[in-house]
Design a protein around this ligand. Structure first.
Ligand code: FSX
Ligand code: SF4
Ligand code: F3S
Length: 387
């Protein structure tokens, strides 16, 4: 909950409920959740609450280029009913080709008006890749090529946010042989933009970025690839709920086998978690369950946030283990989903094993294990406790 009750008292919760449809409790939980998602220090939740409560909503111009529209869909079709309401109330969405009621010249006029009214202050969100081959003729909107439209809209923007892998670095359309010369927004502009890769990206990372901008009047800290560090600072593998199985050498060998049904590690099925940076296991998708992310549902991570992995490496190819970092926590234990393996036993075994040997050495030993050998390992800690 908010650190400063004084600031909490000054909030108009009736107005917040009317505007966002959130009770006092849910609003405060939302602000605290955003602050912790962004790794902000104590007290930041109060500043976020005050900023979100204020009527100042930044103008957002949202462009669509080569894409499947999954980025917008993931934002609007999230099962959590307040998410789209929150984002559409926190920002002033002044131009969005999918959601706009206006069309044709009317829509283009509205975009230009919003840009003029908010010169130097609006956020430009770019969805989809930009074709650059043959003078950009493969994507034209309102008579302009995507390249020209992007450059025109970026000129007076306060910041440019590339949402999804397509806008971040080309994504699906840039897959070899890349017939239209697709590139990401930052490459086309020759400037650093905020990249929120993912195919689709997690909507909470967009809302966190926008709220950070709204609260502190600056963008969150970015990594070398332009991604907010709060969301892309760690490997999936460090946060994964199956990590104890990886460390203990319990791997699914094929889809539907015993290891897969038991919820074991998906590394041998091609999981790219060890070389993919994203916060999927912590933030989840769609708010439908505590397993609502790819690995949680039993599918290997395909590395959708990383250039050079998704759409490049075969899905079944093994991930590189250059940096086998220790897990940061053991969350959402496997037994919650009735998988049978005692999570405490798995975590204890992993901790003992991890202390005894380096991660890569452990992996080399464990990868060759059969399912019965791995099961014997699981039993060991229980036996030690006389179970
Ligand atoms: Fe790309 Fe967005 Fe993948 Fe689709 O529109 S990031 S194809 S999920 O959704 O741009
Ligand atoms: Fe999780 Fe994949 Fe790492 Fe296994 S390899 S622990 S499934 S991220
Ligand atoms: Fe993408 Fe892997 Fe997350 S496939 S959604 S980065 S678990």
């Amino acid at each position: 909950m908010l650190a400063h009750s004084e600031e909490e008292c000054s909030l108009d919760f009736d107005a917040i409920e009317g505007r966002l449809g959130l009770s006092r409790r849910d609003f405060l939980k939302f602000c605290t959740g955003l602050a912790s998602t962004m790794g902000l220090p104590a007290g930041a939740d109060a500043a976020i609450a005050k900023a979100v409560e204020s009527a100042r909503r930044p103008s957002v111009i949202w462009l669509h280029f080569q894409e499947c529209t999954g980025c917008t869909e993931s934002l609007l079709r999230a099962n959590h009913p307040t998410l789209e309401r929150l984002i559409l109330d926190i920002i002033s969405l002044d131009y969005h080709e999918t959601l706009f009621a206006a069309a044709g010249h009317q829509a283009e006029a509205a975009r230009r008006q919003a840009m003029a009214d908010n010169k130097g202050k609006y956020l430009l969100v770019v969805e989809g890749a930009i074709p650059t081959k043959d003078k950009g003729i493969y994507c034209r909107i309102g008579g302009q090529t995507a390249v020209d439209l992007l450059k025109e809209c970026a000129t007076d923007a306060a910041a440019v946010v590339a949402i999804g892998s397509c806008a971040s670095w080309g994504g699906v359309p840039s897959t070899k042989p890349n017939p239209t010369g697709s590139e990401g927004a930052g490459e086309v502009l020759g400037a650093k933009v905020v990249n929120l890769p993912g195919c689709p990206p997690n909507p909470y990372n967009l809302i966190s970025t926008v709220v950070h901008y709204l609260t502190f009047n600056k963008l969150p800290e970015l990594d070398a690839k332009g991604r907010p560090k709060f969301a892309y600072g760690r490997l999936i593998h460090e946060n994964c709920e199956r990590r104890a199985h990886f460390d203990a050498g319990r791997f699914a060998g094929e889809f539907g086998d015993e290891g897969h049904r038991q919820g074991w590690c998906l590394y041998k099925l091609g999981c790219k978690g060890p070389e993919t940076h994203a916060n999927c296991p912590a933030v989840l998708f769609g708010d439908v369950s505590n397993a609502s992310w790819p690995v949680g549902t039993g599918h290997p991570c395909i590395g959708c946030t990383e250039k050079g992995i998704v759409f490049t490496k075969p899905i079944h190819a093994l991930a590189e283990l250059k940096t086998v970092t220790p897990p940061i926590f053991f969350a959402r234990p496997a037994e919650e989903r009735g998988t049978g393996v005692t999570f405490a036993a798995a975590a204890a075994l992993a901790a003992i094993a991890g202390a005894a040997a380096g991660g890569t050495a452990m992996l080399a030993r464990n990868l060759g294990k059969s399912v019965p050998e791995a099961k014997a390992d699981v039993a060991a800690p229980d036996e030690q406790r006389g179970g």
